[in-house]
Design a protein around this ligand. Sequence first.
Ligand code: PGA
Ligand code: ZN
Length: 414
Amino acid sequence: MRVRELGWSISYTSRGRKTIDIKIILESGASGSFASPAGASTGRLEAPFYPSGGLEEALKVLKDLSKALVGQDFSSQREFDIFLSEYDGTGNYSRIGSAVSLGCSMAFAEAAAREMGVPIFHWLSNGTASSYPMPLGNVLGGGKHARGRSIDIQEVLVFPLNAPSYREGYEALIMVHRRVGELLAERDRGFTGGKNDEGAWTTSLSDDEAIQLVVDAADQVSSETGIKIGVGLDVAASSLYDVELSSYYYSRRNRYLDRDSQIDYIVDLVERFGLAYVEDPVEENDFYGFSKITSLCGDKALIVGDDIFVTNVSRIKLGLEKGSANGIIIKPNQVGDLTKTLEAVREAGLGGMRIVVSHRSGETMYPHLAHVAVSSGAALFKCGVVGGERIVKHIEMMRIVEEYGGLRPSYLGL
Ligand code: PGA
Ligand code: ZN
C-alpha cells in the first residue's frame, strides 16, 4: 500500500484545545483520517502530545514527514508504525508527539482497511477478533476533570455485568446516568446540573455520599431492567499525591492520607460499597501498594492500572512480576501508535490482565477507538456515557456488533 498523500488541518478536542486532524490517501485512492484525543490526568511516562515546541513544531514535523512518507510502500500496520517510530527516533515519540504519530497510525489503519474492503478491527487483528467488550462509563466525576470543584475521586463508574448485548448494556448505563442526576437533585442542595469534561455529573456531596448515591441509582436500574450493574472508581491517585509529603491530599475533607492509610481507605471502599472496579487506587510508582490492594480485593473487583502502566510493555512486565493489577487501561495515545498499543495488549493479556480500552477526557469525534477495543479482545470499553464525542464511539461499537455478527460478548464473571 503506497502512500500518495499526507494532509492535515487544525482541529479541536471536546475541551476546546487544539489537535491535528490527519488524513492519509493511498495510491489506490483509499483514505483514512483521525484526530488524536488528549488527557488531563496524564501519566508522567506518557508520550507527549506535542513536541517541545508545541503545535507549531508539530506542523513543521508534518511537512517534513510528508516528504519522507509519500511514495513509501507498506504491507502491514507494523511496517507503517515502525517507519513512524524510526522517523521519530526517540523511542517514545517525544520528537514528533503523539498527536502526529497516532493521527498517522490510525489514519493509515483506516485507509488500509478500506483498501482491503474490511472493517478496521479486522485489519488490526488480522481477522482474529472474536469478542466485543461491555461499556464502562462515568456518571459522577471530580478531580482534574471538574477543576477541583467536585469530589476528590476522579470518576465513579458503572458497567453492565450480564447485559445480553452491547446496546442493552449501554442503554442501562444511560438510565443510571439519568437516575444519578435525579437523585442529586434530591440529595445535593448545591447541585446545579453541572457536568464535567466527560459528561459525568458534578456534586457538592462528599466522596462517600457520592459513591452511595451511584450505588443506589445502579440498584434501582438493576431492579427495573434485570441488568446487574457494577459500580467502580477511577481514583486517579497520582493527581491526589503530594510527592514531598508522600501522602494523598483529599481537599474536600482537608485530610492527608499516608500510603498505608490510602490502601486501607480503598480496601474499605471496595468492601463497604461492593465495588467491582478500581482504577489507579495509588500513585503511579507504587507497584507495591497496587499489589497489596489486588491481593486483598482482586477476587471481587477488577484492580486496574492506568498511569502506572501507560500502555507500555516494560511497565506491564514489572506489574506482572509483582502481581500489581488484574486489569489494565489501554490508551493508544499513551504510546503513540497502534502497533505499540497492540503489543501492550498482548503482553498484558498473556499475563492474565483484563483489557480496558479507554477514551481520553479531551476527545475528538472519531469513532476508531471502538475498533481498537474489539481488535484488543477488551473486556470493557471505557468511553463515558453521554456527550456526542463519547456516544459516537458507543454507536460505532453497536454497528460493529450488529453489522458484522459472529462476535460474542465478553463478560467479567464478577
Ligand atoms: P484523562 O483521564 O484522559 O484526563 O487522562 C482519564 C483517566 O484517567 O482514565
Ligand atoms: Zn484513569
